[in-house]
Design a protein around this ligand. Sequence first.
Ligand code: C2E
Ligand code: MG
Ligand code: MG
Ligand code: MG
Length: 284
Amino acid sequence: SSKGLGGNSVQIIENPMNEKAYTQFSMQSDFKKAIKRKEFLLHYQPKINIQSGDVTGVEALVRWQHPERGLIHPGEFMQLAEESGFISVLGAWVLREALSQMKDWRKRGYQLHLRMAVNVSVRQFIQQDIVLLVKELLKEMDLPPHCLELEITESVLMRHEHLIQDSVEKLRGIGVEVSIDDFGTGYASFTYLKKFNANTIKIDRSFIHSLPHSQDDVAIVSAVIALAKELNMRVIAEGVETQDQLEFLVRKGCNEVQGFYFSPPLPLLELEGYLNNRKDIRTR
Ligand code: C2E
Ligand code: MG
Ligand code: MG
Ligand code: MG
């Protein structure tokens, strides 16, 4: 009845969508168009071997060139992408884009030793067959599995641990590298280390930030590096911004580092410029 409708509209006015909810709502409807319009792109951040100073690989980090909002970072849309299920579409796009970049470098005989790291959230394992997707893409592009690394981040409670454990086994089985991202935060913890046979631990940047001044972080980071060694895993520190942080990590025997101290994530051409210049410096 009209009376009922009136009641409803009063309710809507009393509970207007707040700005954040509105932004989320409109973003969600933009997602589908964005893929078609090629609004997503990847930036690449180098990873550096702490002993040799060589770039060992790059991490692909997705960005959204939004027609009205400008360049948006994943912090602003990743959670929504996960909750709305769009992450499986976006994640498949990221994998394909990152691997075709790899393919292009190899065709040019360029930086053949580099590994491409791609972020995947636990939710992606639940929503789609990542292992199959990875296998198909590697085959299609004729790429060796060891040139791909998946960085797994935890964002939902681990109700599907068997599925993920099984997927990690299969990925390692075909030769893909697996790392545990943001180690020490959220749900990524010792449970992960025991259950998932990953290659690498990536220490979250929140533990790196106050090194070497914070005694707590000194203790935590030292312990994680020692633990990785005992477990025969590689260990990488993210968010390295200062010489002091780097020196601390060198002393503790961390394997690799990544952060603004070396380079922020870069658009493709700038990344290639960075790689070329480093090569020049080394051969001089
Ligand atoms: P992450 O994988 O832990 O990536 C590291 C984040 O720290 C990146 O933010 C990077 O730009 C930033 N960062 C790197 N070095 C430094 C530093 O020295 N100092 C500081 N303060 N920050 C640094 P970004 O690119 O905004 O990505 C945020 C997160 O979004 C990523 O964290 C990752 O979990 C997620 N993400 C990014 N791309 C993808 C993707 O393609 N798929 C999925 N599932 N998640 C993604
Ligand atoms: Mg990562
Ligand atoms: Mg991380
Ligand atoms: Mg992170």
